[in-house]
Design a binder for this molecule. Structure first.
Ligand SMILES: Cc1cc2nc3c(=O)[nH]c(=O)nc-3n(C[C@H](O)[C@H](O)[C@H](O)COP(=O)(O)OP(=O)(O)OC[C@H]3O[C@@H](n4cnc5c(N)ncnc54)[C@H](O)[C@@H]3O)c2cc1C
Length: 475
């Protein structure tokens, strides 16, 4: 960034101190505040806010905290009536459950640091009893060790070479020279290239299909290969990505971050337009109010960027990213409550084998067992017990379902997709540009465009840290 732009973006020490002394309202997770303490609605206050963060998911709340740590006043405008975005700690069948992002690891660098900072604990899922995996003869039970080893063998072949092309897993573009051709491959292209036996391929293509959004043709080889690299290139690392969760819920970390960030938090405040007029940034809400600030961090899902009117318009890479979408559409997560009997069974279908290709056991209840299921099939009604039971039966698991709690993240107006999973070509064509800000006053943060754990909470935190640095003119 040139020095002129930097100077325009940095606040004077005097301004910062003045802001720090003002009565910024501390917002707790459960608080909806009537209005910002330093509201700069046009015509009512000539003092602009320091920064506006749009979106109170992990990326936005992290950016707010980091900007606050630099002495800036921050207002968060959030469309929903709650914080958390694609994370959502709630209750079902008498248990604390996560409707969105669930599993994290202390070894993920950003999550690990936050756990230590706020002295939060992780809870470990109980070990699996068995794994039901697809074979040409139908679903078959494997011991967890055997099942994971078989899947790991396929993953090793699929992602062979990733030690070279992702030699630095947290810097995905470090070996752009090796990635140019590879990044154009879908996971299906890679299966075709490998010519695995049907037995081998079907052990893992259900996972590549669902993570990609329905078909292995949709997802980039390099997306899953980067996760594999981040997991230390081994199946135990991959198994750990669905093992540990926040003991007090993902919201407990967000609440701790917010308590430190002390932003003015405005819930139920959807943003419709963001303008950088060369002197300041203006943010307009659905209710027609306009807030003025020195800078804006847009912490929305990439799929939602095109719901905002940006002036000047978004750069080409940002436009391409939001038009193509990064988070998978039609992503549904289901909590299934079943009477006892099947125990801690993991079920996985082959690609195209079931509208619910993956179930993972979670907590025990007084009546039985909770399972987490995933679907990307728009034809499935996730609240229809018969449809869900039939879909799970295709995994070789017969559940006596007594309750379902499902959320369709694709149909969620403020998410427009579930977990991030890049499409072929997106890493090399979009990342070099979308990682930077759109204008000198408009910066983007999202777990969908993290350099490391993209598609994970850790990536959202990483992206929020980076956005704060960019917004503060430090990069
Ligand atoms: C079903 C599912 C399962 C997942 N599982 C895991 C997992 O196990 N582990 C893991 O680490 N990650 C998981 N993830 C991914 C993880 O949840 C996300 O990567 C992360 O939460 C994204 O955070 P974010 O802040 O970038 O975006 P979001 O959480 O989406 O935050 C964006 C915020 O912007 C708000 N917003 C949108 N439009 C507007 C507007 N116009 N005006 C104002 N506000 C607006 C939204 O309401 C939202 O609060 C999962 C995601 C899903 C959907």
């Amino acid at each position: 960034m040139n020095t002129e732009r930097l100077a325009a973006r940095r606040l004077s020490r005097r301004t910062v101190l003045k802001a720090g002394g003002a009565a910024a309202l501390a917002a707790s997770a459960a608080t909806t505040l009537a209005g910002p303490a330093h509201a700069a609605e046009d015509g009512t206050d000539s003092v602009p806010l320091d920064f506006i963060v749009v979106g109170a998911g992990f990326a936005g709340v992290t950016a707010a905290r980091e900007l606050r740590a630099r002495g800036y006043r921050v207002t968060i405008l959030e469309a929903r009536g709650r914080i958390g975005g694609r994370t959502w700690t709630d209750t079902f069948a008498g248990q604390q459950v996560e409707i969105g992002g669930t599993w994290v690891e202390a070894t993920q660098p950003n999550v690990g640091r936050e756990l230590q900072r706020y002295k939060l604990e992780l809870e470990t899922d109980e070990p699996l009893d068995r794994m039901m995996l697809p074979t040409p003869a139908g679903p078959k039970a494997f011991t967890p060790d055997d099942g994971n080893a078989r899947m790991g063998a396929v993953m090793s072949k699929l992602f062979d070479g990733s030690r070279q092309y992702f030699e630095k897993p947290f810097q995905p573009l470090a070996r752009q020279d090796l990635l140019q051709k590879l990044d154009r491959l879908s996971l299906r292209d890679r299966f075709t290239e490998l010519k695995l036996s049907p037995e081998e391929e079907m052990l893992f293509n259900g996972q590549t299909a669902i993570y990609s959004g329905g078909s292995s043709t949709q997802g980039a080889l390099t997306m899953f290969a980067q996760w594999w690299a981040l997991c230390g290139w081994n199946v135990d690392g991959w198994a750990n990505t669905t093992c540990f969760r926040f003991k007090t819920g993902s919201v407990s970390l967000l609440s701790a971050m917010l308590a430190e960030a002390k932003p003015t938090l405005m819930l139920n405040t959807p943003v419709t337009a963001i303008t950088d007029d060369g002197k300041c940034a203006r943010v307009t809400t659905k209710s027609g109010k306009t807030y003025t600030a020195r800078g804006v961090v847009v912490a929305l899902p990439v799929n939602a960027w095109n719901t905002i009117k940006f002036s000047p318009g978004l750069p080409a890479a940002h436009t391409a990213a939001t038009t193509q979408g990064i988070a998978v559409k039609n992503a549904v997560k289901l909590w299934i409550h079943a009477k006892g009997g099947q125990g801690r069974v993991y079920g996985q279908a082959a690609e195209g084998g079931s509208p619910i290709p993956l179930i993972i056991p979670n907590k025990k209840t007084a009546e039985g067992q909770l399972y987490i299921g995933f679907s990307v099939d728009p034809a499935l009604d996730p609240n229809n017990v018969t449809q869900v039971r039939d879909a799970v039966r295709k995994l070789g698991v017969d559940l006596d379902i007594i309750g379902i709690r499902a959320h369709n993240w694709g149909a969620d107006e403020w998410a427009r997709g579930g977990w991030a999973f890049r499409k072929p070509g997106q890493l090399t064509s979009l990342y070099p540009d979308v990682l930077n800000q759109a204008t000198s006053r408009i910066t983007f943060a999202s777990g969908d465009i993290a350099e490391g754990w993209s598609g994970f909470i850790d990536g959202a935190i990483e992206s929020g840290m980076r956005a704060a640095q960019l917004a503060a003119g430090e990069m």
